[in-house]
Each structure stands twice: as structure tokens, then as C-alpha cells.
Design a protein around this ligand. Sequence first.
Ligand code: SF4
Length: 437
Amino acid sequence: MPSRTDLVEDLMARFPHVPREAVIKEDLLRGGLAFDESALTDNESGDVKPKSYFIFSFDHRTLPELGEAALRRPPEEIVLTGGPYGLRRTVVSVRTNPSSPYRVKPDADGRLQLFLDGKPIADVGLPPMPDYYRHTLANGKQVMEVAPTIQWGYLVYLTVFRVCQYFGAKEECQYCDINHNWRQHKAAGRPYTGVKPIDEVLEALAIIDKHDTLKTSTAYTLTGGSVTSQVGGKTEADFYGQYAQAIEERFPGRWIGKVVAQALPKADVQRFKDYGIQIYHPNYEVWDKRLFELYCPGKERYVGREEWHRRILDSAEIFGPRNVIPNFVAGIEMAEPFGFTSVNEAIDSTTEGLHYFMSKGITPRFTTWCPEPTTPLGKTNPDGAPLEYHIRLLESYRATMEHYGLSSPPGYGPSGAGNAVFSVSSFMDSLPPAPQD
Ligand code: SF4
């Protein structure tokens, strides 16, 4: 039986125009990696930035199954360089999987390495603890809990509503563990605020602003679960919008404001814009009609796929097509029991969606599916989608973008292998080099 190394090297050879960095990164994102105990962090008291669990668990095991990694968190991200594949600097979000063939551990000389099938394949750098994580809010809450940063410090990730009102098997997206992640952190006794008070968010941002003297943090994302009724007496646009309004009043123009929310009617989208948001992410999740209906049952029932797409196009009239960046979850196209069974069909379908949006100047982006174990699709697909699907998607994404004369979307930092900081898929690593937008 071919090893994982054989699989990786075969794909590197067959797709030489896809950066090798992206092949390794996609494989780590879809399947996770294991950590030697010596490579774990000392949580908020150490010198390495710990994993914040910023929205979903993005792990392949539940917290109680992670052993030492549940007590001493793994790092938020790792950065890979060198090794036999000559990797340029590659930032990868950490998804823990104790049974992965990838393992971070020191070599005989004590240098931290990424091992695949027991052989070292890259030097591993860990994210330094940012100064702003060493401070707490007046009420004792950690900045990491209220306003974590990801993408090597580029993005402040504000999950201000930690649960989703699509609830239970008939409504939750079948690949999403937001509600479970909330429950497991509560059960573990970790601080995990369901609805983040605005004044706490502002206080945490003030700490970041003060200590991030290099201005590495460039954008913030406001997000959380969908609001189908109200939170705190507000509908979705007003609930998320009020944070943007407060942030822009207090720190005008300090960060690029983004919101990940449902595809809302035009008047609501206008309110996001009026509140100060610059980039809107109305995620369409999966392109295929049948799979959207099956895997996003809440969204299908409350809004419906055609209306969802219509609203995405409408929002381009408000934000401009370049600032509408809907996400899809790359890989669930191939999730059993209903997904495509061949990579060709899955790529054809996904590419059809890319053409639909890109032909109108809207550039979707994607995150690599992590099959979390408590989700219906994670249970039936513990290994995620085939690596070949992810590699061919990178190829198709870049080709479709070039076909329509588009460039990398704004608010994602620099593009190109060796430059990219976007950590939850390698689409930015596999685009041509360009400076930060
Ligand atoms: S809308 Fe779907 S993907 Fe988004 S938080 Fe709710 S269940 Fe998760």
C-alpha cells in the first residue's frame, strides 16, 4: 500500500505548477498533524502563541481525546521552511490529529521538525507569543479569548456569537461543529463567552492596538453563528453591525473591517456597509444544488440556494464585486454519503460555481474542510476529501481567476508561495506573488 509520502510526491510530480508548499499544506489541513509533547505550548504563560479555538474546533478529535494537547494547547499555527522539498515559508493553521502521519517533534539536535512517515520534511517555526496576549482585560479575561489573532497576526478574529441558531441535525450545516465546540469548551471549564460584550471587544482591541507596534494586525473579521431570529433584541445585520460601528467609531480606519454572515436581503447588506464594514463574506458553502440542500439544511429551509446566490450578486451592487468574497468549504463536495464519488465530477461542479461568481467579478475563496469528529460528515468521512481534489482545486481556482482577469481578493495579505499568511487553505500560497492588498 502506498505511503502518505508516496501520495504527496506523486501529486507534486503530476502537478508541478502547483507549489509544493501548497501540497503539504493542503494535506496538513485536511488530515491534521500530531504533536510531540515537547512541541506543545505552555498556554497563556509561555513564549509560544497557543491555539485559540477561534470559531470551530478544527481538530480531528474531541478535547477529551487529545490527551496532553487538551491541557497544554498546541500552537495556533506553524511555519514550515526548507527540508527535502525546499519549502518556502508556509504558514499552516494547526488541526490536531494524534494519528496523523505528520508529526511535529525535535530532531536529534533538538531542532523542531515536521516528520512525515517518520522522516523529517521541514523545519518548524512556532508563532511567538504576541505582547498583547500577555495582558488581560480589567475583568481578567484574556485577549486570546476575546480577540484572538490568526494568520500570523494579520487578522483579528472576532467570533462575537459563539453558537449558531441553526440548531440540531435538521438545521446545522453537516460539516460544522460551532455548537459542539462551544459545548466542549464549556465542559472543559475553559473561558468561552457565548455573546461577546462590545465593551470587552473594544478593550481587547485597544490592547492589541497599543502593543502591536509593527501594525501586523491589518484586518478584523466579525462573525459567529447565523441569527435566524434575534440576539440581544437585534437581527443579524444589526447584531454584527453594531460591533463594526463601535470599532470604527473608536479606531477609525485602523483595520479593514470584514463580516462573515448569511446572504441577507439588500437593505440589511446596506446596513453592514453603513456600519463601516468594507468586505462582506456571504458564504455559499458548496456549489452543487443537491449537496447544498442536503449539507446546509438550515440555510436551504430559511433562505434557499437560489435566493442565497441572488443575494450574493445583489450585495456586489453595494460593496462592489471585489469586496464580496463568499467562502465555500473545499472538500465537502466529496463527502459521503451524498457527495461526488470522482474527483473529476467534484472539480467540474466546484469550477462551475467559480465561473458563476467570477464571471460577475466576485472572487470566492475557500477554506479546506476539516472533518471534525462530532459532525455528521466528519463521522462518515474521518479522512476528509482526497488530496488530489484539493490540489486540482488550486489549479482550477487560479485558472478561472486568470480567465476573468481577477487577482487575489483584498483583505488576505500578500499572495504567492513564501509570502502568504492565510492559514486555513493554500489558495493564497498558490496564486502569483503580489503585495498585500
Ligand atoms: S450557518 Fe452553518 S456553517 Fe455557519 S455557524 Fe451555522 S451551522 Fe455553522
